[in-house]
Write a new protein. Structure first.
Length: 382
């Protein structure tokens, strides 16, 4: 419960920021559309390069390192609010990438190591449901804060909220020490070779193809809503609640219903990728607000399904002693996809409009259907 609470608050701050950072960077700091698409994914670039090397070094003190990462996360968000131009914002965005490289892997790994092995899939899905709750709780907090303060002040307030998980993880660490169970959060020396297996590589490919579309929408969806439909900041955040609430509903369905057992992981992954494909088409090409909202809802459905499905499969395919690195490899696929998706749109803007640039990203989730089909032989149940 402590770990899920800390993760909930941590992810709430991330998704509070997602709809407003592109607008803040474009309007308040004077960045161009192309600069937005190159600066926002800086966090993913840094995370992609650091996540695996950092994970190979982590054997003990997982929660202590997580505390450091959470502190860095709060500091980088405060830096956004103190930025004075796109260059200074870029520096704090890169620092945020360091925090991201550490926090997501260690949260997920700690959940897996503390779980009853017989209920591993349920524990992972429950953890991802807590994350999905933060998907829409964060934007709701953002709507309230934006109603009473300017964006710069909202960012500084978010930094204070981001410091709250530090207390939760510190309390968990103390409880484990008192119970003599701190040993459960230790792993063996990490080697990349044991996780470079066909199931892990296929699952990473699926997550990569999805995240290319997700990264494009995260960087440019708020800008398109702002520029094409003339929405106020609060309405942009509220509109993106469709994304987050749908993701939460999808994860709760996975947790509470027999849908997974009936359809199998492979079939659900294909459905998620098709949803992702349609989402970028609608977000890019829709000429009406309802269709744009439908695109966001489909993007949320894909987000709600892909991560718990692939994370559960990675946990099953990876020996416990290599979980840190297995999770790191998998989450690096998301970093890389988010970086490449938004960067691809930025490059396409030199040749076409924002609408068509977003729509062209649909080719990536379509390609993801190939590893999804190949992975069924490894991950689907009888």
């Amino acid at each position: 419960m402590l770990l899920n609470f800390a993760a909930l608050v941590f992810i709430s701050t991330i998704f509070l920021l997602n709809p407003i950072l592109p607008i803040y960077l474009y309007r308040d700091l004077g960045a161009s559309e192309q600069e937005v698409g190159l600066i926002i994914p800086l966090a993913f670039l840094v995370s992609a390069f650091l996540r695996i090397p950092c994970s190979m070094l982590v054997r003990r003190n997982i929660l202590q390192i997580l505390l450091l990462g959470l502190g860095l996360n709060a500091a980088s968000i405060a830096g956004y609010g103190l930025s004075w131009d796109p260059s200074s914002f870029s520096l704090f965005r890169a620092i945020h990438g360091v925090a991201t490289a550490v926090n997501h892997v260690l949260f997920l790994t700690a959940v897996e190591l503390l779980a009853d092995p017989r209920e591993l899939e349920k524990s992972v899905t429950g953890y991802t449901a807590s994350l999905a709750l933060g998907f829409w709780l964060g934007p709701l907090i953002g709507v309230f804060l934006r109603g009473v303060a300017e964006l710069r002040t909202v960012l500084l307030a978010t930094a204070l909220i981001a410091a709250m998980p530090i207390a939760g993880v510190a309390l968990l660490l103390e409880e484990l020490r008192r119970a003599g169970e701190a040993w459960r959060l230790e792993v063996e020396r990490q080697s990349i070779k044991p996780v470079l297996k066909a199931p892990n590589m296929l699952l990473a490919s699926i997550y990569l193809s999805f995240s290319l579309a997700a990264g494009a929408i995260a960087a440019y969806g708020p800008l398109r809503a702002k520029l094409s439909f003339g929405l106020e900041d609060q309405l942009v955040i509220l509109l993106f609640l469709l994304y987050y609430v749908t993701a939460f509903a999808a994860r709760m369905t996975l947790l509470k219903s027999p849908l997974l057992a009936r359809l199998g992981l492979g079939s659900l992954m294909k459905a998620a990728l098709l949803s992702s494909l349609l989402s970028v088409l609608l977000v890019g090409l829709s000429g009406s607000l309802p269709l744009f909202g439908l695109g966001l809802a489909l993007a949320g459905l894909a987000h709600g399904l892909v991560f718990p499905l692939t994370a559960s499969a990675v946990a099953q395919a990876t020996p416990e002693r290599h979980r840190v690195l297995g999770n790191s490899l998998h989450l690096t696929a998301f970093d890389a996809g988010s970086l490449l998706g938004s960067s691809a749109v930025a490059l396409l803007l030199a040749h076409t409009s924002l609408s068509y640039a977003l729509a062209l990203i649909c080719v990536f989730p379509a390609l993801g259907l190939i590893p999804a089909s190949l992975s069924s032989r490894y991950i689907d149940r009888e």
